[in-house]
Design a protein around this ligand. Sequence first.
Ligand code: AMP
Length: 114
Amino acid sequence: MKDGSVFKKIINKEIPASIVYQDKRVTAFEDIKPKAPIHILIVPNIFIASSNDINKKNKNILAHMFYIAINIAKEKKISEEGYKIIINCNKNGGQEINYLHMHLLGGKKINSLF
Ligand code: AMP
């Protein structure tokens, strides 16, 4: 898995990225290799390596990440046609970057495993 410091640098604006939303708790930016017309990553501003590191103390961040993803979907006008929200975890889940992130994908039919 790749080092997650790249996302920390995006949050801190130390490297360029297309940030679409930022508040005290989360940052959302365009995926550098989009898999759909809309492909945005939502990350917590505090470092959390993966969903395995969600605990009683930090679990509320997930609700906020979801809320922001859904709001971005509405802003980008993909909510009526629909979208997919994905969190990959570790090797079998296909997580490439060691920093918890949520994918918001839309603007076309997103293939499903089910
Ligand atoms: P995952 O496979 O869930 O770990 O997804 C990692 C995602 O991060 C991939 O879709 C990459 O294209 C994306 N990514 C990697 N580096 C950057 C970057 N510097 N800026 C934006 N997205 C990135």
